[in-house]
Design a binder for this molecule. Structure first.
Ligand code: FES
Ligand code: MG
Length: 569
């Protein structure tokens, strides 16, 4: 077998001399004839959820050496969800593009991908699919459960609860601040079923993680053992020539969708899976999520919707225990990165705690998943998570109260004179991938103060943005096309009636077609759309695709493989 890296290192000519000489660093000459394994590392002090990955990388490197390869750490663009403004999603495609190009440009034969925080695993998988080199993911794992004054704290979710307690006078400002280190008790990513946990588990169901590894807590020594084993596997992938395009098929995505529904995972996984499929040329559509996912029961009782956290999930049996319960819904032909089918890992996967992972006979929600809506307000589709919505609002007709931007929303939502009642439909536009580059997590708009005071706890909300994996409510999101891309959402006027019918999978604006055809977006609406002049943001708005196909950039869809024909000297 000829290694890809031999194009740099083999031979006696001047260029081979240059490539080897600078890379020697004590490596014996025959080291240049061994598989060169990059460890694409998203560790960064500014991505605290991934900061521990450098230690994980050492275990991967040990495994690579042991199996006869040469490990090479490659720091790649890292995205810390809580720090990066305006939204980490703006940089997912950039991280994917930069990682893809650096993997292709360098003398490597395969790669181990280290990610954790929300956008990091998606960007790494998009990169690996487009460069199509042998690749395997090690998810960095969730943090341990923290407690404060005897009470469990859930990352993110409980920040809102504690800050409300301060406002109510039941928690002092000093204790509020003291609780910070209890909430983020250890290394690792958020421990609720938010986007990071969801994407780690979904990546495993997809077949890109060694089965049984995703969900291992970040400080757990078993994570280092898994990293070591994955390093060994990476070398084997080269001998087998197992690349993303050789085993990731539609069947793998079907299994990922089943897992997403059974764990009650984040709606963000939809855009990420669509984008990854787009890189692979797998024909995955929005409707596949509804068709495959909406009859799957939710089995996992995790916050924010449920009670437990990720280390409970891991001790209860983890993803394999969940998948064993829904084994009949999985595609038995889908192979994993190990070369074996996913279903082969399910024979010995018991549930150790049925409070955390429910057996199939006693699901948390009989039918979970994500419903895809269409209608004259969302010709290309919109999403709703029925299990997170209020049953009485799943069929609803209400008057629109329209906001042109998140700033417009904040300025007016609590105005006591705002003409809004519990039956109104809150519409927020200008938050799609192009209108608000990165498509921020604003769709679960907070309800007007005056309605909260009346005891209203949920309303129908419609938006072209995303929402946090930790949010819930009767929220119609990812409306496509978005307002800024010519979608009819731009034409809604306050007072129009909107009709939602989740059972019928419809979202319609009750305005006659001829009147709708005459309407144009008003000035305030257009003023709410971003118009960046230069830089990445400019490139992004000029090329970003809509949410229904994964919000990738048009010129990044697909794969270029790993060939580089021209030399650098
Ligand atoms: Fe990194 Fe939540 S902030 S996973
Ligand atoms: Mg998040």
């Amino acid at each position: 077998m000829t290694l890809r890296s031999a194009q740099w290192y083999a031979g006696e000519n001047r260029n081979a001399y240059i490539h080897r000489a600078w890379m020697r660093r004590g490596i014996p000459t025959e080291g240049f004839e061994r598989p060169q394994i990059a460890i694409a590392n998203t560790a960064s002090d500014l991505t605290p959820c991934n900061a521990h990955l450098t230690e994980v990388a050492r275990s991967v490197a040990n495994g690579v050496y042991e199996a006869g390869g040469i490990p090479l750490e490659l720091p790649v663009v890292s995205l810390g969800e809580t720090n990066v403004r305006p939204t980490a999603m703006l940089w997912r495609n950039m991280a994917a593009m930069a990682t893809e190009e650096m993997l292709r440009a360098n003398p490597i034969d395969g790669v181990v991908l280290l990610g954790g925080c929300d956008k990091t695993i998606p960007s790494l998988l998009m990169a690996a699919a487009s460069v199509d080199l042998p690749a395997v993911v090690v998810p960095g794992g969730p943090m341990l459960t923290g407690t404060f004054r005897g009470v469990t704290l859930a990352c993110g979710t409980d920040v809102w609860r504690l800050s409300e307690e301060v406002r109510a006078g039941t928690l002092s400002q000093t204790d509020f601040t003291r609780s910070e280190s209890s909430m983020i008790r250890s290394r690792g990513h958020c421990n609720t079923m938010g986007t990071a946990s969801t994407m780690a588990l979904v990546a495993e169901a997809l077949g890109t993680v060694v089965p049984g590894v995703a969900g291992t807590p970040a400080p757990d020594s078993r994570l280092l053992e898994a990293a070591h084993g994955t390093g060994r596997l990476a070398v084997e992938l080269i001998t087998e020539d197992r690349r993303p395009s050789t085993f990731l098929t539609k069947a793998n995505f079907a299994n990922a969708i089943v897992a997403l529904a059974a764990i009650g995972g984040s709606t963000n996984a939809v855009v990420h899976l669509l984008a990854i499929a787009g890189r692979l040329g797998v024909e995955l559509t929005l409707d596949d999520f509804d068709r495959i996912g909406s009859r799957v029961p939710v089995l996992v009782d995790l916050l924010p919707a449920g009670r437990y956290l990720m280390d409970d999930f891991h001790r209860a049996g983890g993803l394999l225990a969940v998948l064993r319960e829904v084994r009949d819904l999985l595609d038995p032909d889908a192979l994993t990165v190990t070369g074996k089918p996913l279903v082969d890992y399910l024979d010995d996967a018991p549930i150790w705690d049925p409070d955390v992972i429910h057996p199939r006979e006693a699901p948390l929600v009989a039918q979970g998943g994500i419903a895809v809506l269409r209608g004259n307000l969302a010709p290309s589709g919109a999403l709703i998570k029925p299990a997170a919505a209020s049953p009485h609002l799943l069929r609803h007709r209400g008057r629109a109260v329209v906001f042109d931007s998140i700033e417009d929303f904040h300025a007016r939502v609590d105005d006591p004179d705002l003409d809004v009642d519990a039956d109104s439909v809150l519409v927020l536009r200008g938050c799609g991938p192009r209108g608000y580059p990165g498509m921020p997590e604003v769709s679960n708009m907070p309800l007007p103060q005056k309605l909260l005071a009346q005891g209203v706890r949920d309303m129908v909300r419609v938006c072209d943005g995303r929402m946090s994996g930790t949010a819930y409510g009767t929220v119609v999101l990812h409306v496509a096309p978005e307002a800024a891309a010519g979608g009819p959402l731009a034409l809604v006027r306050t007072g129009d009636f909107i009709v939602l019918d989740v059972e019928a999978r419809r979202l319609d604006l009750d305005v006659p077609a001829d009147e709708l055809a005459r309407r144009v977006p008003n000035e305030a609406t257009v003023a709410g759309f971003a118009a960046p002049k230069r830089g990445w943001e400019r490139l992004y708005v000029d090329h970003v695709l809509q949410a229904d196909t994964g919000a990738d950039l048009d010129f990044l869809v697909g794969s270029s493989g790993s060939e580089v024909s021209r030399e650098s000297h």
